[in-house]
Design a protein around this ligand. Structure first.
Ligand code: ZN
Length: 363
């Protein structure tokens, strides 16, 4: 379960909302209705949050569209209570591209803030309304403008993997090795996260949550960079398992389970006429046997959605794809015939092997 669901598409990019985001909205409405405010104030409060997150979506759309310009696939934009994330299949190794992708988000936020400010000036409304004044139209707009400016500068703090941290890495990467640049950016980012957490305890619990995400995210990205570096010149064919059993779609489940239990193999390509038509994992087989009986043909329970790759594809790219699409198994095909299998565990094993035999990676 991914804990998020799609609410629409923008420029072909799916927009997903995390369940916790709805909990936040529900909490705000609940808090407003219990604070003695009237219904209208509660609705305006919810409208303000909706407008704020529309601005966050525009910020993320900025990142996504520039990334797409550089050929990076954006799988979706995800809205979380702490803000938005553009989920990209990879981050470009080219520092100039990373810089442009990172900087455009804060620029969009500043642009929104300035635009609203100009509208207020042109209509002779105050830029600094009395605090808490959301009920007048200009108070609503002025608050939205200032929060956009605030968000732009907050995102520009050098807390990798936030935008400012990426800008920092892109500068460092032009002066030093990419991995060393990442290491410095991650160290600074994690230092900032500790600072945020400390401030969060005393000032604002949201900061604590943000600190947690920055700390984890920074560590994960450093690991990804190390993995990419190790796998960069390795073709998929070097790491795949090339000896494996296959099954046939008409095979009864009872026999398939016996076959699966007789060996070590966990996942079986289901092949018909030389072509892979599905995947049967041990879990799928066992669940099918339990629910539908031994005589059921494999065809009825096999998974028909699975990831595929070619032997000559880059393992680094495939590994990114596996972690973003949650591929538990990849069928390596030559035209349509299966020639290998690859699982995330196998890639990790291969990485350990490479770490000990670095010269073996060149393919
Ligand atoms: Zn951003």
């Amino acid at each position: 379960m991914s804990w998020s669901f799609q609410v629409g598409r923008l420029f072909g990019i799916p927009l997903r909302v995390h369940i916790t985001f709805l909990l936040l909205l529900a909490f705000i409405v609940w808090a407003d209705s219990h604070s003695g405010q009237d219904m209208v104030a509660g609705l305006i409060g919810a409208g303000y949050i909706a407008a704020l997150f529309a601005c966050v979506v525009l910020h993320e759309l900025g990142h996504s569209l520039v990334a797409r310009k550089y050929g990076v696939k954006v799988t979706h934009i995800l809205l979380l209570p702490i803000g938005g994330v553009s989920m990209m299949e990879r981050i470009p190794d080219d520092p100039k591209q990373e810089f442009r992708i990172a900087i455009v988000g804060p620029l969009v936020s500043i642009g929104i803030g300035v635009l609203i400010g100009l509208i207020l000036l042109a209509t002779q409304q105050p830029l600094m309304p009395p605090p808490g004044d959301l009920l007048s139209g200009s108070g609503f707009l002025a608050k939205l403008a200032s929060i956009n400016i605030f968000l732009a500068f907050f995102n520009l703090l050098p807390a990798f993997p936030m935008d400012g941290g990426r800008v920092l890495r892109s500068f460092l990467a032009q002066k030093m090795d990419y991995m060393a640049a990442t290491h410095v950016a991650v160290a600074i980012g994690q230092g900032m996260a500790v600072l945020f957490a400390f401030l969060g305890i005393f000032a604002n619990p949201w900061l604590l949550l943000i600190a947690f995400f920055i700390f984890l995210g920074a560590g994960q990205e450093e690991q990804q960079v190390q993995v990419r570096r190790l796998l960069r010149s390795v073709p998929v064919g070097n790491a795949m398992a090339s000896q494996f059993a296959t099954m046939q779609p008409d095979e009864p489940l009872g026999r398939a389970v016996e076959e699966a239990m007789a060996g070590y193999q966990q996942d079986f390509p289901v092949v018909e006429g030389g072509e892979v038509v599905g995947i049967a994992s041990r879990d799928v087989l066992m669940a099918g046997l339990y629910e539908r009986g031994a005589a059921t043909p494999l065809r009825d329970v096999m998974l028909t959605q699975f990831c595929t790759a070619r032997k000559e594809d880059s393992l680094a790219d495939l590994y990114d794809q596996m972690s973003h699409q949650g591929c538990q198994i990849v069928v390596v095909t030559d035209e349509t015939h299966p020639v290998g299998l690859l699982t995330p565990e196998r890639v990790v094993q291969y990485l350990r092997y490479l770490a000990q035999h670095p010269s073996k990676g060149e393919g």
